[in-house]
Design a binder for this molecule. Structure first.
Ligand SMILES: CC(C)(COP(=O)(O)OP(=O)(O)OC[C@H]1O[C@@H](n2cnc3c(N)ncnc32)[C@H](O)[C@@H]1OP(=O)(O)O)[C@@H](O)C(=O)NCCC(=O)NCCS
Length: 193
C-alpha cells in the first residue's frame, strides 16, 4: 500500500555531500507484506535493528559476525504473525513484525508490536508514525506496544505515534517481567480510524 506524500527529506549539514537521491523529497511510503522468500532481507535488517539495541541492551554477536534472530521463521509457520517490509520511494527503509497475543498483560486477543524499525537515514521524517498508523488501521482491535525502559527515544516516539492515532495523550505503564523492565502502551484501534 502506498501512503501519503510526506514532508521534504533533507539532511542536516554534513561533511558528506548529499546525492540527488538523498535530496529528493519522500514521495511514497509503502508497507509490503513479507513472504518467506523475503526472509533474508528481513534477517539483514534485523541485524541493523539489534545492533542499534546493543547500545543499551546486552546482546552478544556470534562468531559469524551476526546477532541472529531465532524466531524469524515463525512468521511463516505460526498463525497470528505478520511481517512487513517498509519501502520509501522504492528503497528499503525498515520493517514491522507483529503477532497476536500479549507478551506482558496476558491479553491473548491483543496485537503485539514485536519489532519495529526505521533505517537511520530515514528517521525523523514522520515515516515511523505513518507506518505504525497504517499497521494499526489494517489490524483493528486491542494493541500493545512494549518498549524496553532503556529505549528512551522509542518511548518518545510511541507516545507521539499512539497519542496521535487515538486522539488523546496515552501514557505507558511500567511492567516488570522476568527481570526486564518495560513501558507498556495499551490502546484500541478502531476500524473507523
Ligand atoms: C523509534 C523509530 C521507529 C522512530 O522512527 P521515525 O521514523 O524516526 O519516527 P517519526 O519521524 O515518525 O517520529 C515522530 C515523533 O516521535 C518522536 N521521536 C522520534 N524519534 C525520536 C527520538 N530519537 N528522540 C525523541 N523523540 C523522538 C518525535 O516527537 C518525532 O517528531 P519530530 O521528529 O517532529 O520531533 C526509529 O528511531 C527506530 O527505528 N529506532 C530503532 C529501533 C527501535 O527502537 N524501535 C522501537 C522498538 S520498541
Amino acid at each position: 500500500m502506498i501512503l501519503s506524500r510526506h514532508k521534504a527529506y533533507t539532511r542536516a549539514q554534513s561533511p558528506f555531500p548529499m546525492t540527488e537521491e538523498a535530496k529528493r523529497p519522500v514521495e511514497h511510503v509503502e508497507i509490503v507484506p513479507a513472504a518467506s522468500e523475503h526472509a533474508t532481507i528481513l534477517a539483514n535488517l534485523l541485524e541493523l535493528y539489534v545492533h542499534d539495541f546493543s547500545e543499551f541492551l546486552k546482546v552478544k554477536i556470534g562468531a559469524d559476525g551476526r546477532f541472529g534472530y531465532e524466531s524469524l521463521p515463525l512468521y511463516w509457520s505460526e498463525p497470528g504473525r505478520q511481517a512487513f517490509l517498509v519501502r520509501v520511494d522504492g528503497s528499503l527503509a525498515g520493517l514491522a513484525l507483529l503477532k497476536r497475543g500479549s507478551a506482558l498483560s496476558g491479553d491473548e486477543s491483543a496485537w503485539d508490536m514485536a519489532e519495529f524499525f526505521v533505517l537511520r537515514a530515514y528517521r525523523r521524517h514522520g515515516i515511523g508514525t505513518q507506518i505504525a498508523h497504517e499497521v494499526w488501521r489494517r489490524f483493528p482491535g486491542n494493541w500493545e506496544v512494549r518498549v524496553m525502559q532503556a529505549n528512551v527515544s522509542a518511548e518518545h516516539f510511541w507516545t507521539h505515534a499512539i497519542s496521535e492515532y487515538v486522539g488523546e495523550l496515552v501514557h505507558p505503564v511500567r511492567v516488570e517481567k522476568n527481570g526486564e523492565c518495560w513501558n507498556l502502551f495499551s490502546f484500541k484501534s478502531k476500524h473507523s480510524l
